[in-house]
Design a binder for this molecule. Structure first.
Ligand code: NAP
Length: 247
């Protein structure tokens, strides 16, 4: 396996943490980005000290241009080129559409959609002409919608379009793809949808053909396939949802 430098935004917990852990175990050099969870991020880095791959963490708010520039500069000074950018950072500020505030709308757009725009642009400006890969994290709800998520689903729909536009403009050197999770068992999702309640969990699982919630490992396996094996794949949505949504 060719070892790469992989930058994972939002790598301090949930799906991002699993991506950091999985790629470090494969021997890649991994940059764990976070914005506020420095303690969690440091804990993840320390716990990976014996893995074959090196891990460093870099604080940056993906929604702020200067912060993202500093992050890429820091990585370049230490490790040189970033081979793979994974735009994973995201937030949810759910609420009914009729009472959703401008701030609730804008904060989600900033992190979920503007973040990948800024990170992808800073990455591509630096490494255009070199072989690279941008993997965006989408969401199946961007395509089928859900109640209380007008801000989030709209932003993720933007991520799916952004993926296709960038795939066209950055080909043939930089591939751009989108991993599209369904309902994955991260603490954020378990709490937001009250899935620690066994009855609610059973109700959710009954709506999924595979009969279970997704795991962070399911997302890692698909992302690992893109990063390590896929060739001639760009501009695609790769669905990981147990058959709940068939794109
Ligand atoms: P999570 O557990 O809530 O973790 C989110 C991560 O993003 C954290 O590391 C957080 O770190 C970071 N983050 C948030 N705002 C940031 C910012 N402005 N700059 C940099 N980092 C920031 O999320 P998750 O459930 O693992 O989801 C990961 C991705 O998959 C998200 O894009 C999410 O929308 C998408 N997704 C998840 C599911 C699911 O079922 N879990 C389904 C569909 C899509 P800080 O606290 O330090 O900011």
């Amino acid at each position: 396996m060719e070892h790469k430098t992989i930058l994972v935004t939002g790598g301090s917990r949930g799906i991002g943490e699993e991506l950091v852990r999985g790629f470090a175990a494969q021997g890649h050099r991994v940059v764990l980005n976070y914005s506020r969870s420095g303690t969690e991020a440091e804990h993840v880095v320390q716990s990976l000290a014996n893995e074959p791959g090196d891990v460093m963490c870099v604080q940056a708010n993906v929604a702020q241009r200067e912060s993202v520039r500093r992050m890429f500069d820091t990585v370049a000074e230490r490790w040189g080129m970033v081979d793979v950018l994974i735009n994973n950072a995201g937030i949810n500020l759910d609420g009914p559409f009729l009472t959703m505030t401008d701030d609730q709308w804008q904060q989600v757009q900033d992190v979920v959609l503007t973040g990948p725009f800024i990170c992808a642009q800073e990455y591509a400006k630096r490494y255009q002409g070199s072989r690279g890969h941008i993997v965006n994290m989408g969401a199946a709800t961007a395509l089928h919608g859900r109640k209380n998520g007008a801000n989030y689903c709209s932003a993720k729909a933007g991520v799916i379009s952004l993926t296709k536009c960038l795939a066209l403009e950055l080909a043939p050197t930089i591939a751009v793809n989108c991993v599209v999770p369904g309902f994955m068992e991260t603490e954020e999702v378990m709490e937001r949808f009250h899935l620690h309640d066994p009855a609610k969990r059973r109700e959710m699982e009954a709506r999924i053909p595979d009969g279970r919630l997704g795991t962070v490992k399911d997302i890692f396996r698909m992302t690992s396939f893109l990063v390590n094996e896929a060739t001639y794949v760009t501009g695609q949505n790769l669905f990981v949802n147990g058959g709940q949504y068939m794109g």
